[in-house]
Design a protein around this ligand. Structure first.
Ligand SMILES: NC(=O)C1=CN([C@@H]2O[C@H](COP(=O)(O)OP(=O)(O)OC[C@H]3O[C@@H](n4cnc5c(N)ncnc54)[C@H](OP(=O)(O)O)[C@@H]3O)[C@@H](O)[C@H]2O)C=CC1
Ligand SMILES: O=C(O)[C@@H]1CCC=N1
Length: 268
């Protein structure tokens, strides 16, 4: 696993921040002694096994001590930061906080706007990122090393795509969990015991995810394969298509993307 050179500072260590930090530490991309973590309530249980971390409630001190900063605090709080970190690489996973706003937060041009998910805790996050004009080649290597420790990662050519990915990622499985819950509800409504239904849904979605993740083929190929098979699944897929499944999913994702443009701004 690629290492991240220098000191690394994480601001915000909740659902996402703790998952990202834990992934970096397990991958030994950053040694605990080189990692600083800033929040308001101090050390978190999720990182208790990593002795030597530097904890602080002083974000300014962290910014002074760290060469690379990762912002994983709520958008409303993150927008208010002023790090005066002109000489540092500042990476954000905050929903909806734009590159322009990150420039004001960091005081510099070396800013990266990214998206990720708590699946980093099991090395299965999807972390796309967009680099501002001031980001250097060495910075890109740092960003790749950071997110490669958490799962898959890709640089995208347009900041607007980070809004799209913000809609898609969601906390943990996001929309996929909603679909899985509907499948479990259906099974239970048909008399299947809750624990049996839960275990079955977990296995089915785990298998589907593994097959999709390990295949170069698009998901649509798998759907068409089942339609062509013309069995029971095809009947179900036909009913879902007739009910407008794709449009409903697109509506949900678009609502999430639009929310990305407003989140954390209403608090003022
Ligand atoms: N959860 C998810 O699935 C995803 C989250 N994100 C983004 O990641 C960011 C964090 O989200 P998430 O981890 O879920 O949120 P949580 O509420 O779980 O964690 C927020 C963290 O920020 C800290 N914090 C809050 N205010 C401040 C402050 N002023 N200074 C320093 N630390 C602060 C909190 O600790 P304390 O109270 O001790 O200060 C806590 O550690 C958000 O911007 C969110 O949009 C992006 C993708 C997915
Ligand atoms: O649902 C959310 O707000 C978090 C932030 C981006 C993705 N998930």
């Amino acid at each position: 696993m690629d290492k991240i050179s220098g000191t690394f500072g994480l601001v915000g260590c909740g659902q996402l921040g703790a998952a990202l930090a834990g992934a970096l530490l397990r991958a030994e991309a950053v040694a605990p002694a080189r990692m600083w973590v800033a929040n308001r309530s101090g050390p978190v249980p999720a990182l208790a096994g990593h002795a030597g971390l530097n904890w602080t409630a002083d974000v300014g001190l962290l910014a002074e001590r760290c060469d690379t900063l990762l912002l994983a605090l709520p958008p409303a709080a993150g927008r208010k930061l002023r790090l005066a970190g002109a000489g540092r690489l500042v990476i954000s996973v905050m929903a909806g906080v734009t590159v322009e706003e990150l420039g004001a937060v960091s005081g510099g041009a070396r800013v990266v706007r990214a998206m990720s998910s708590p699946a980093a805790a099991i090395g299965m996050a999807c972390s796309p990122w967009f680099a501002a004009a001031g980001v250097r080649a060495a910075d890109r290597a740092t960003v790749r090393a950071l997110f490669a420790a958490c799962g898959t990662t890709d640089e995208v050519p347009a900041e607007s795509q980070i809004d799209v990915f913000t809609a898609i990622t969601g906390p943990v499985p996001g929309f996929v969990a909603a679909f899985a819950a509907s499948v479990q509800d259906y099974a239970q409504a048909q008399g299947v015991a809750p624990e049996v239904a839960r275990r079955a849904v977990g296995q089915l979605f785990h298998a589907a995810g593994a097959m999709l993740a390990t295949s170069e083929r698009p998901a649509a190929d798998f759907v068409e394969e089942m339609v062509d098979y013309a069995g029971t699944t095809a009947a179900g897929l036909g009913a879902l298509r007739a009910a407008g499944l794709s449009d409903v999913i697109a509506q949900g994702l678009e609502a999430a993307r639009r929310r990305c443009l407003t989140i954390g701004r209403e608090e003022g």
